[in-house]
Write a protein that binds this ligand. Structure first.
Ligand code: ADP
Ligand code: MG
Length: 340
C-alpha cells in the first residue's frame, strides 16, 4: 500500500478525538473562546446532556466576515500574532477547536463584529462548510453545536447518560467561571442543570465567586493564600483541614488563568496538608499560580489540561511552603517540613 496524505476531513476527525472527548470538552473550548474574545457575559444552554444541543452566546468582540470561514479551518487562529509559543496569553492558541467540532457535529456560528454593518453566519456539518451568509444578531457571537459525534458513531457510543454528561458540563463551566469572577455566566439545560453566576470585581468578587461555586461554607472555612518565589505568584483561598472532602473534585488550581488537572500540582497539595489531614481526605481550595508564560509550556496536551513547568520543584516548594505557613497561622502545625 502506498503512502498518501489523508483527506482534511479525516485529519480533522482524528484530531477531534483528542480535543473533543465529550460534550463538556465542547463547552470548555467554546467558553474559553468567549473569554478570549473579552466577553463580560457568557450564556450556555444545553439539551440532552449536550449531545443534542450546546449553544453558547457571548458579548465578546465578534468575528469579522472574512475570518468566519477561516475560524472553522484547522490550525487557524487569531491568537498567535507573533508565532511565539513561549508567550501564550490566551486560553486558546492551537486553532483546532472549531475545526474539530465542525468535523464531528453540526456547527453553526452567528457573529457580529463591531466593525461589520450586520452579522454573518456560517455552518459546518461533518466537516463540510457552508457559504458565509448575512444574518441578524445584535452583537458578539453565538455558537450552536447539534448532534455531537453524529459523524463518529463509535465515539457517540462511549458517552455516558445525559445526566452524567450534564454534570461534566456544569463542572467545566464552574472551572472557567472560578478564574473569571468579572464575567457573568449562566448555564441552563433541559436536565435541571442551572447556574447563574453574577459578575463581581476585585478581591471580594473573587471570594464571592468561590462561595458561589465551592459552597457558602467555604467563605468561613478558608484561609487566604499569598506567596511569591522567583517572580511566581501564588494566590487564592485554601480550605481549613476541617473543611475537607472525600475526593478532589472541589480542588481548583489555575496557571495563568487556565484550569488544570496536573499531577505535579496535585502532589504538592497532598504534601502541603499531609500532616494535618488524613490521606483519603481532600481540602477544598481554589488556587491561582501566575508566572511568566515563558516559564511554563501549555502546549503539552491537546485539551490543554496539563502543563510543564520550567522549574517544577520550585513550584512545588512554593505551594507547600505557602500553604503550610497559612496553616501554621491558623494553628495547624506540621510535624515535619518533609516534602519540600
Ligand atoms: P483557538 O481558540 O485556539 O484560536 P478555535 O478553533 O477555538 O482556536 O477558534 C478559532 C478562531 O475563531 C479564534 O482564534 C478566534 O479568532 C475565533 N473565535 C472563536 N470563537 C470566538 C468567539 N466566541 N468570539 C470571537 N472570536 C472567536
Ligand atoms: Mg479556542
Amino acid at each position: 500500500m502506498s503512502i498518501r496524505i489523508l483527506p482534511d476531513h479525516v485529519i480533522n476527525r482524528i484530531a477531534a478525538g483528542e480535543v473533543v472527548e465529550r460534550p463538556a470538552s465542547v463547552v470548555k473550548e467554546l467558553v474559553e473562546n468567549a473569554i478570549d474574545a473579552g466577553a463580560t457575559r457568557v450564556e450556555v444552554a444545553t439539551a440532552g446532556g449536550g449531545k443534542s444541543l450546546i449553544r453558547i452566546s457571548d458579548n465578546g468582540c465578534g468575528i469579522r466576515e472574512p475570518d468566519l470561514a477561516l475560524a472553522v479551518e484547522r490550525h487557524c487562529t487569531s491568537k498567535l500574532p507573533e508565532d511565539d509559543l513561549s508567550q501564550i496569553g490566551t486560553l486558546g492558541f492551537r486553532g483546532e477547536a472549531l475545526a474539530s467540532i465542525g468535523s464531528v457535529a453540526r456547527l453553526s456560528i452567528l457573529s457580529r463584529h463591531a466593525e461589520e454593518p450586520h452579522a454573518w453566519q456560517i455552518a459546518v456539518e461533518g466537516g463540510r462548510r457552508s457559504e458565509t451568509v448575512p444574518a441578524s444578531h445584535s452583537g458578539g457571537t453565538q455558537i450552536e453545536v447539534r448532534d455531537l459525534f453524529f459523524a463518529t458513531p463509535a465515539r457517540l457510543k462511549f458517552l455516558r447518560s445525559d445526566r452524567a454528561e450534564a454534570t461534566a458540563i456544569t463542572e467545566a463551566v464552574k472551572r472557567l467561571a472560578l478564574a473569571h469572577p468579572e464575567i457573568r455566566f449562566t448555564l441552563s439545560g433541559s436536565d435541571r442543570t442551572t447556574l447563574d453566576l453574577s459578575a463581581a470585581r476585585g478581591e471580594s468578587g473573587a471570594l464571592e465567586r468561590m462561595a458561589q461555586i465551592l459552597g457558602a461554607g467555604f467563605r468561613d472555612n478558608a484561609m487566604p493564600i499569598g506567596g511569591e518565589r522567583e517572580g511566581v505568584l501564588l494566590s487564592g483561598y485554601a480550605g481549613l483541614p476541617t473543611f475537607n472532602r472525600a475526593n478532589s473534585l472541589q480542588q481548583f488550581i489555575f496557571v495563568n488563568g487556565r484550569p488544570l488537572k496536573d499531577p505535579v500540582l496535585a502532589g504538592a497539595l497532598r504534601a502541603a496538608y499531609s500532616d494535618v489531614l488524613a490521606r483519603d481526605r481532600y481540602p477544598v481550595l481554589a488556587l491561582f499560580i501566575d508566572l511568566d508564560p515563558a516559564d511554563v509550556d501549555v502546549n503539552v496536551h491537546p485539551a490543554k489540561m496539563e502543563v510543564r513547568f520550567r522549574d517544577p520543584g520550585m513550584i512545588r516548594g512554593l505551594i507547600i511552603g505557602t500553604i503550610r505557613d497559612a496553616l501554621a497561622r491558623e494553628g495547624f502545625r506540621s510535624a515535619s517540613t518533609g516534602g519540600l
